[in-house]
Design a protein around this ligand. Structure first.
Ligand SMILES: NC(=O)c1ccc[n+]([C@@H]2O[C@H](COP(=O)([O-])OP(=O)(O)OC[C@H]3O[C@@H](n4cnc5c(N)ncnc54)[C@H](OP(=O)(O)O)[C@@H]3O)[C@@H](O)[C@H]2O)c1
Length: 501
């Protein structure tokens, strides 16, 4: 969390009454207020068509913070103070004159509060509304040019950032028609998680791990993002998206970058992002045959989770009964650079898995000589370092140890570090950290244009091959299992197997 003094600014949430604002943004802003990270003058202005006025928005946000916030029961005094920062400007972001009216309202509020006019525009709106809003912000004179000293204007853009490479490029072009790159904050909330940031600290803030972090010692890497939930009423969205776009293009590839990137020359935005882009550009391009060989699509059929029966994907509301949309994806990726040549990265993401878990597992090579062979110890499990991103955040190392007793028997044991044990007290939500960084203008944890496009380039290649080769075996895994048989075969072919986290 940034330690510099609070920045006086106006925060505008487009989509102020939407799900993201209710669940994440306003609860995070309330926490920033409670812990003294918001400047005294700062105001938060919601926008949308469905809320009547300031009072109605305050009441609805109070209910949201009570339901989704960390402060239970809600601290009434803190809420009262916070709610004086909240205002709602009703309007249609696609109507240019509504934005002109909003400008007048913002200027009046800023004058009243003694704010400089610096503004953070948070776009918690459907992807199709981003381009029209950006144009209208520019046309209404709501964007300060970066060249002029004084107040600044920045936008935070949510995922999904585009639907494929062409649409991501088009969206970037549209945004850059009004904003410069340093004003654009493309959010991936995984980067705001303490555990994701800790991957770099673990690697580069310690002397003993980084020397092992390369092809000489690492056999392979597995990255897993598993959810036990299904599509949770978002059938329509998921039918258009699928898990490769929704999770792999952003979260999984961001985790891959954290593990695989070279140490940046400094911990500052462009130095860090330069290294991430290099990783994405080093991913070996795949021919259609290689895509079909090295990826697996899955879709869940009916099954049970925690003993409770749950429906298959095709039975979910707003999902076609013949849907070919993937709810599981596995992908073997090769990074062709000096450090990682020959070390496969196995990526997987799935819904309706047995448990919710996100982890990175680094499996090391076995020792060169089986020294204990004569004593009956034939095989030894490789060392595995597990970086648990969520839940039960922490780091574990699995290694062999001699079982106590007169004979030589080796067992695998685990050294375990748990965040919850080591650091008592409040954990900060990813959105708190990211909102604060955006207010301070620090884009280290936000994706740059070339990074997003490089990720889409690989993902679009897979999507194109998949589209031309529709699967015939869906649904191919039961709810509550670790995915389709073909994914197990993908690993077995290489003499490896997926972890069961
Ligand atoms: N929800 C999450 O947990 C989550 C997580 C990650 C990313 N995201 C992304 O965040 C964005 C918002 O998601 P969401 O779940 O909050 O969606 P949502 O609940 O549908 O909210 C979208 C909001 O956009 C507003 N809006 C749409 N068209 C408008 C227009 N012409 N003028 C003014 N306001 C308009 C709507 O406000 P009115 O109805 O009041 O006009 C609505 O409140 C999406 O891009 C989504 O992919 C969401």
């Amino acid at each position: 969390m940034s330690s510099s003094s609070p920045v006086a600014a106006t925060i505008v949430i487009f989509g102020g009454a939407g799900d993201l604002a209710r669940r994440k943004l306003v609860p995070a802003l309330f926490d920033l207020h409670r812990f003294g990270h918001l400047a005294r003058e700062t105001v938060i202005v919601g926008n949308g068509r469905s809320v009547e006025d300031d009072a109605a928005w305050r009441a609805s946000m109070k209910a949201a913070v009570a339901e989704f916030g960390h402060d239970t029961p809600l601290d009434e005094a803190a809420w009262e103070a916070f709610s004086t920062r909240l205002f709602f400007h009703r309007g249609d972001l696609k109507a240019a004159h509504d934005l002109v009216e909003m400008k007048a309202r913002l200027e009046a509020l800023e004058k009243e509060r003694g704010l400089p006019g610096s503004r953070l525009y948070y776009l918690a709106i459907p992807p199709s509304a981003i381009a029209p809003l950006v144009v209208n912000l520019g046309a209404a004179g709501l964007v300060h040019p970066v060249e002029t000293p004084g107040p600044w204007s920045r936008i935070v853009v949510e995922k999904p950032f585009g639907h494929d490479l062409a649409s991501a490029r088009a969206l970037n072009d549209e945004i850059h028609g009004v904003f410069r790159e340093r004003q654009v904050f493309r959010i991936d909330h995984y980067l705001g998680k303490e555990t994701t940031q800790n991957v770099l600290v673990f690697r580069l803030g310690n002397g003993i791990f980084e020397p092992l972090w390369n092809r000489r010692y690492v056999d392979h890497v597995q990255i897993t993002v598993a959810e036990s939930i299904g599509v949770e009423g978002r059938g329509r969205f998921f039918e258009e998206t699928g898990i490769l776009r929704d999770i792999v293009q952003n979260h999984v590839l961001q985790l891959l970058c954290q593990v695989a990137m070279e140490p940046p020359v400094a911990f500052e935005p462009n130095a860090v992002r330069d290294e991430k882009v290099k990783v994405l550009r080093s991913i070996r391009p795949q021919t259609p045959e290689e895509v079909l060989r090295d990826t697996v699509r899955g879709q869940y059929g009916a099954g049970s989770i925690d003993g409770q029966p749950v429906p298959g994907y095709r039975q979910e509301p707003n999902v076609s009964p013949a849907s070919l949309r993937e709810t599981y994806a596995a992908w073997k990726v090769q990074i062709d650079n000096w450090r990682w040549a020959g070390v496969p990265f196995y990526l997987r993401a799935g819904k309706r898995m047995p448990k919710r878990v996100t982890e990175i597992a680094i499996t090391f090579k076995t020792p060169p000589i089986a020294l204990f062979r004569k004593t009956g110890v034939l095989t030894q499990e490789p060392n595995v370092l597990i970086l648990r991103i969520q839940p039960d955040e922490g780091i574990a190392l699995r290694f062999g140890a001699k079982q106590p007793g007169p004979t030589m028997k080796v067992d695998t044991v685990k050294m375990d570090f748990r965040y919850a044990d080591a650091f008592a007290g409040k954990t900060h939500d990813a959105y708190e950290r990211l909102l604060l960084d955006a207010l301070h203008g620090d884009s280290t944890l936000f994706a740059r244009r070339d990074e997003v496009e490089a990720a889409w380039e690989h993902v679009t290649n897979v999507l194109d091959v998949w589209r031309g080769n529709p699967p015939s075996d869906l649904p191919n895994y039961e709810c509550g299992t670790w995915g389709p048989e073909a994914a197990m075969e993908l690993m077995a072919r290489d003499g490896r197997r997926w972890r069961r986290p």
